[in-house]
Design a protein around this ligand. Sequence first.
Ligand SMILES: [Zn+2]
Length: 334
Amino acid sequence: MVNYKDLGLVNTREMFKRAVAGGYAIPAFNFNTMEQMQAIVMAAVETKSPVIMQVSKGARNYANASILRYMAEGAVAYAKELGCAHPEIVLHLDHGDSFELCKDCIDMGFSSVMIDGSHLPYEENIALAKQVVDYAHQFDVTVEAELGVLAGVEDEVSAAESHYTKPEEVIDFSTRTGCDSLAISIGTSHGAHKFTPEQCTLVNGVLVPPPLAFDILHEIEKKLPGFPIVLHGSSSVPMDEVETINKYGGHLEAAIGIPEEQLREASKSAVCKINIDSDSRLAMTAAVRKHLAEHPGDFDPRQYLKPARENMKKMYIHKIVNVLGSDNKLANCD
Ligand SMILES: [Zn+2]
């Protein structure tokens, strides 16, 4: 049993409280490689932003649970080495699908977990979330639960259709589960292909997806004033990265994300955590493809992973500063 506090990590409670009050959102970036982890830490330190490093079940299987725990501990040490005396780094499980998995993560140093029972009938979702909350809170680990279903595909999580969160359920759900934050479905979607071209409108040659359901978000905010809300599936799928990938041998068709203006708007509300995964994958792949195409003789992984790391760092900084507004929001910026 390892407690996250011994690894120098923090839970989400205080940072969410400040984010909701301050009208900004904390970035939740998925990672499973050392380069992603380094890029996240560099970006968070440079911008003095709190950050959530999150791992899906698939990423945990890929990287190995023990290695991840040391990577998170290493991330804290690295942030301090880079000059951040009081980093606020959360290690979060993304889409935990069982009590056992959540417990295992809590026992191995995670400071926050998500239990995703959104595909279950309402009462079963509540029972599962409550079971995780009861265990997690003994160790001061925070819990994110989900109501409503997002469309799209991400690791093992997939759904053909989305079901918007019903505002009339949120008070009952949050009260009975005791969860610390709530992921909702208002039109974001997992993966890099969030919408079909048919669902979009063509504006100046660019496919613009249907807007997020801000009316539902505002209704939820009214029911749960100040309660931390989470948006999943919030990559923007930058067209320049998609074009670079396709220019250098890739084949990504009709990749469409959530416009950044809408995420900026959401950040000003009770939305205090925004999940970004696909954009990092795209930034990494674009840089690797470009480098290898331009330097066909290179075979040292450092030669192509260094520009990949740089490109991800640039993207993370852009999100923090220009979209979420979490820069200079550490409790102690010294
Ligand atoms: Zn998700």
